[in-house]
Design a protein around this ligand. Sequence first.
Ligand SMILES: C[S@@+](CC[C@H](N)C(=O)[O-])C[C@H]1O[C@@H](n2cnc3c(N)ncnc32)[C@H](O)[C@@H]1O
Length: 249
Amino acid sequence: MFSKVYHSLFSKKLSASKAYNILSKTYDDELSKGNIAVFYNSLILNKIFNKLDINGKIILDIGAGTGTNYSSLLECNPKKYIACDVSKGMLEKFISKYPEVESFVVKDEKLPFMENNSTDIILSSLMIGYVKELGKTFKEWNRVIKPEGHIIISFLSPNLSGKRNSRSFKDENNKVLFIENYKHNIEKMKQTFSIFDWEVVDFLSEKVDIRSIDIFKKIKKESLFKEFKEKEIICAFALKKSNNKVIND
Ligand SMILES: C[S@@+](CC[C@H](N)C(=O)[O-])C[C@H]1O[C@@H](n2cnc3c(N)ncnc32)[C@H](O)[C@@H]1O
C-alpha cells in the first residue's frame, strides 16, 4: 500500500494516449472480469440516453475507447455515430469489433475532422479525468456542437479519496504504471460550463450499493465492498448548448 502511494507520487506518469495504447491490449479482457465504475457508469448513461431524444441524431463519442457505450447508443437509433480518442490502440480495438464505425485520433484536444456546429450530441464517458484544462477542451467541443445540442459528461466522483482517484494499471510485465489524471471540482466544472452558456439539464450520481456485490465477489474484492458502500462513485452531467456564443481566444 505504502509503496503504491509512494510510486503514485514520485513515478513518472504516462500520458493518457501512451497509457491507453498499452492498456488497449488487455482493456476488454479486464472489463469482462467485472468493473465497479463501468457498472455504475452504464447505469447512469442509460438513464440519460433514455431521457434524451437520440433517435436520428449525430453523436460524437470523445474518448470512445474500445466502444463500451456503442451498443447502448445504437439501441437509441442515432443517425450517425463517430468515435474519437487520443489512443490509436483503443480505437483499433473498437474498429476490430465494429468495422462500420468512423473513427479519428484526437491530438492536442482538437477535432479537425468535425465541422463547426456539426454534431447533436457529444458523449464523454469516463475521459474528463484525463483532461488538464477543461476550458481549452470545452472550447473545441463548443465549436462542433450544434446550438441546442447536448453534451453528456460522466466521470469518477471527485469525492472518492485521493488514492482511489489516481489511475494506475499493470502492464504485461506486471509493472504498475500511473496515468496523468486530474480531479475536477464539480462547482468549478459548472463555472466552466457557464462560460460557454451550457445549461445543466441534469446532474446524476450513483453510490455503491448492493447491486454491485456480485462484481465485488467476481473480482475477489468482497472485503472492499464495506469501504465503498454508500460512497458516491460516478457522476454525470447532461448539458445543453443554449446559444451560439462565439468564444474568442
Ligand atoms: C476509461 S476509458 C473510457 C472509455 C469509454 N468512453 C468508456 O466509457 O468505457 C478513457 C478513454 O479516454 C481516452 N482519452 C483520455 N484523454 C482523452 C482526451 N483528451 N481526448 C480524447 N480521448 C481521451 C483514453 O484514451 C481512453 O480510451
